[in-house]
Design a protein around this ligand. Structure first.
Ligand code: 13P
Length: 259
C-alpha cells in the first residue's frame, strides 16, 4: 500500500501556550471526522509545547525537532530520547541544516542521534542536502554521498530501514526557490543507488525519502509523487494547520489514483 508522509517542522515559531491552543483547535477542526489511510501527518512543535500535542486526530502524530544521544545525566540544556518517548513522541527530525549551521552538528553527531532515536523506538527523520555553492560546482551527488555514507555507517539493514530521509537542498530552504521535478527525481535515483550499494535493493526500496524546501500545497505533486518521493517536509506552510490538512487530502487522493 502506497504510504505518504507530511512532516510539519514548526521550527522556533509559535510563541505562547495560547497560540498553541489556537493552532491545535484549527488542526483538530480541519482533520476531525476524516479518515486517512495513505498519509500520516507528523507535527513537530518546539519541545516546550510537545505535551500540548496529545489527543491528535486519526492520521496525525507528534514529532520533536532534535534530541540528545545520551539517555540522562549532566547535559545541561539537552533533551533525552527517553523523555521524548515518555511524552508519546513518535518521530524526531535530526540533522536539520539549521541545527548543523547554528548548533555545529556534524554527520558523526547526527549518526549518534539517529541510533539513539531507533534504540528508543522513535522514527528519525534525517535531513541531508547540498549547499548553493556545492550545487553550482556540480558537487551535489558527492555532497549527498558523503552525508549518507557517514550517517548510515555501520548500520544494519533493519536499522537503516527505520530511518526516514528528508532531502532538503539548503538553497531551497526558506527561499521560495524550488528544484524541478527532474532534479528531485535525480536525487531519488542517487539515494536508491547508494542504499542498494550499502545494504541491498530491498532495503533501499523500504527507506522512506521526503522532499523539503519551500513546499506549498499548490505544487505538491511536482515535488513529491511525480518525483517518486514519499512525502514532504514543510517549514513555513506548517504554521497554517489547514494547509497541512490540505496536503494530507492531496496525498490521500494521489494514493487512491495509484491503486
Ligand atoms: P521552508 O518550507 O520554510 O522552506 O522550510 C523548509 C524546512 O527547513 C523544513 O524543515
Amino acid at each position: 500500500m502506497r504510504k505518504f508522509y507530511v512532516v510539519g517542522n514548526l521550527k522556533m515559531n509559535i510563541l505562547s501556550r495560547e497560540e498553541v491552543t489556537q493552532y491545535l483547535s484549527v488542526l483538530k477542526r480541519e482533520a476531525e471526522n476524516k479518515h486517512y489511510q495513505h498519509v500520516t501527518l507528523v507535527v513537530c512543535p518546539p519541545f516546550l509545547y510537545l505535551s500540548q500535542f496529545d489527543d491528535l486526530p486519526q492520521g496525525i502524530a507528534k514529532g520533536a525537532q532534535n534530541l540528545f544521544s545520551e539517555k540522562s545525566g549532566a547535559y545541561t540544556g539537552e533533551i533525552s530520547p527517553v523523555m521524548l518517548k515518555n511524552d508519546n513522541v513518535e518521530y524526531v527530525i535530526l540533522g536539520h541544516s539549521e541545527r548543523r549551521r547554528y548548533g555545529g552538528e556534524t554527520n558523526e553527531m547526527i549518526r549518534g542521534k539517529i541510533l539513539a532515536a531507533i534504540k528508543h523506538h522513535m522514527t528519525p527523520i534525517v535531513c541531508i542536502g547540498e549547499t548553493e555553492k556545492e550545487r553550482r560546482a556540480e558537487e551535489t551527488d558527492r555532497a549527498l554521498e558523503l552525508q549518507i555514507k557517514t550517517l548510515f555507517s555501520g548500520f544494519s539493514k533493519s536499522q537503516a530501514e527505520r530511518v526516514i530521509v528528508a532531502y532538503e537542498p539548503l538553497w531551497a530552504v526558506g527561499t521560495d526557490v524550488v528544484p524541478t521535478t527532474g532534479e528531485i527525481l535525480q536525487v531519488r535515483v542517487l539515494l536508491r543507488k547508494l542504499f542498494t550499494e550499502m545494504f541491498d535493493a530491498e532495503t533501499a526500496g523500504r527507506i522512506v525519502i521526503l522532499y523539503g524546501g519551500s513546499v506549498k500545497s499548490s505544487f505538491l505533486g511536482a515535488v513529491s509523487w511525480e518525483a517518486e518521493m514519499d512525502g514532504v517536509l514543510v517549514g513555513r506552510e506548517s504554521l497554517f494547520p489547514y494547509e497541512l490538512v490540505k496536503m494530507m487530502g492531496l496525498f490521500e487522493e494521489a494514493a487512491g489514483k495509484e491503486l
